[in-house]
Design a protein around this ligand. Sequence first.
Ligand code: DKA
Length: 135
Amino acid sequence: MSLIFDKKYKLDTSENFDEYMKALGVGLVKRTLGNSASPVVELTKTKDGKLALSSISTMKNSVIVFSLDEEFDEETLDGRKVKSIIHQDGNKLVHVQKSDKHSETTIVREFNPDELKMILTIDKITCTRIYKPVD
Ligand code: DKA
């Protein structure tokens, strides 16, 4: 099993995302936007061999460019400034976000031909988001 590049996935179902955002400290207005957005996510390779993960939505567009196992600075969709590191485990990207001000967050993205499964964890809260391929 390996990662899947150049394939767009759109959010289909989401469980516990509001609880996850509350645990991050996201306020009601941004949570409402977050809950109503259906992002389209795509993993690509850059010309210089890095990976790029983009998320396009009515809430906010973002792209993170990174090398596996190398720490980088990330500003998250909710505005946290974190140190991130992403590790590959077969067809999964395991993304750990750390900062002095917030609990550690882990986001596992599992790439399959028929879905992208995202599991987000903070403290004891787990959120599962299933993305489906865009035709
Ligand atoms: C996703 O890409 C979810 C990413 C979670 C970002 C943190 C919360 C954002 C709040 C607006 O599907």
